[in-house]
Design a protein. Sequence first.
Length: 347
Amino acid sequence: MRRSKTRGDLTRFQEEGALRPRGRPSELSDPQLHNRRVQLVQIFEGTWGEIDWELQRCKKADDLIRIFTPISKPETWFGNVMELFCRPCSEPASGATLRKVRTELGTLAQPMRVADESHRRAKEQLQQVASVVTQAKGRSRRIVKRALKMRRKEFWKTARRYRSLYDRERQLAKRLRDLEAGFARQELLRFLKSKRYSLRPLTLANAAAGLPYMGWRQSMRRSVKAPYTMAPGPAYQVFKAIRYLATSANRKTVDGVVLTFEDFIPSLPRRYQLAKVELAKNWFYLERAIRQACRTKVHPKAFPHEITKLYFKLLTSPRFQVDIVLAQQAELTLSEGRKRPPTNMIK
């Protein structure tokens, strides 16, 4: 019996030990991590034409402020998500520094509660004594006045204590926010420099979703455990279709580039079906974007990014009635039997 009991206790101990997670407890649960990844994928896909080329050329962590600030629109939910990567930080941020500041901030919670309760109680006692001063007479009045003086001193003492802790908490919270921003940018730069993953909206979101509560590698490991099943967004599909066409366009003349797009849009592969329909419908604006991009003399690899950026800018700009009519007349016909794009284009 004793042997059986000992064996059972040992088995139970091993099972309890196996269930206990190893390492530090995470401040970000899996549902929170995956929800943040979805948000980041949507942001990156919608702005990939603006940020992809800049991310490829990123040299310093603070370059990310310049890259992400234009897409971090304060009036939209984009701003809340991207604000982390756009906030300046004046001191080096490491994981050890972040943990130290978070720990110090956490230790203030209990003293703050105690100080707040003491201050509230001292205020109540002061008001109670002050309310009877006018009612007291003679010797009783002198006693009440002494009590009032004591209560006043206690009130200001607790107020100073609470204010001191409150100011320290605000100071640490601000420092923590700044350090988190600096740490997040440093980790994202490490991801970009690692070249371990192809740079796409999904891989970038996987690396960024856990920041600043973990490094980019841990964020990537935890994110990929839950496959991302949502289809690529329309804006990202449009970018990929433009990149597909721009790679083999005849760039000797502006008209050559325009003709390449016009001829091959109706015959884009099935994986670009959504983008094909949109580009054919909005050919009037796409042609304008192509001609403007050709005049900017950008790096050849940045050419599709420039077209995409200008295309969406034209689509979202105010339109005159004449432009609406011209756009309707310029729509491309998606008929069968059109030219197929060259086989050496990007897949």
